[in-house]
Design a binder for this molecule. Sequence first.
Ligand SMILES: Nc1ncnc2c1ncn2[C@@H]1O[C@H](COP(=O)(O)OP(=O)(O)O)[C@@H](O)[C@H]1O
Ligand SMILES: [Mg+2]
Length: 258
Amino acid sequence: MQQSETVPLTQLLDERHGRVICYPRYDLRELRRRVKELKKLGVKAVEFAGGKTAFDVPVLGKGCVGIVIVALTDRGKVALKVRRVDADRAGMQREAELLRRANAVGVGPRLLGTTKNFILMEFVEGTLLPQWVEMLEGRGTRSRIRRVLREVLEQCWRLDESGLDHGELSRAPKHVIVDSSDNPCLVDFETASLHRRVSNVTSICQYLFIGSQAAKTIKKKIGEINREELIRALRTYKQQRTRENFEKTLGVCGLRNV
Ligand SMILES: Nc1ncnc2c1ncn2[C@@H]1O[C@H](COP(=O)(O)OP(=O)(O)O)[C@@H](O)[C@H]1O
Ligand SMILES: [Mg+2]
């Protein structure tokens, strides 16, 4: 893995780091504007570290809209989502607003600030859910996984209740991070919407228990659930999004009493 590196804002203008802040194209004028925004957000330095890379620089994550890196502010380490210069949208404000809505029901990393090109949020230090599940073994594994999955479903229920559809939970290998206290956190509200029919619970159940590599791993670790029964329960929940139908779904997944 690449060495991690802390770079103060004043030294961010070189091409090697500038290419990450203006991914994927280095542009000094744009970079200067962006560094100003970072100052406004209270960012003192940026830390290039993590399991992914942008060119050869280590970062926390890379998607089609953003590069996620660690930033240092007076509050300590935070996560910074950087708009790619080739992203298919003009600014980060919309995503920030949706994250704020998620925060209002206790979901997602806490929003700390936003500008045109950045979202500053709580840094969730942990492991992506599929790897976290894969990694666990020994005593207590089943109940730890069950508790985390239950909490993920509860968060999805709250999103459903609030009318916010995440939009990327049916294939979510990179959108649930589990921290060292076993708290799951849903990330990436980029494709979220307040105007779609919500399908957070149904999508995440699809992902966790029905059709994915993660579903296979989860089955291996916590045991088989009745697929047909789950599909029926989800269909009922979809027709009538009540707490009772949600709890029936939890029951079918073996998550009711964890
Ligand atoms: N607040 C955060 N704390 C830690 N890691 C994060 C955080 N937000 C995102 N990440 C990591 O960065 C990756 C990319 O972020 P994401 O918001 O999904 O970007 P994109 O919209 O470009 O897909 C995520 O899959 C996750 O691994
Ligand atoms: Mg993403």
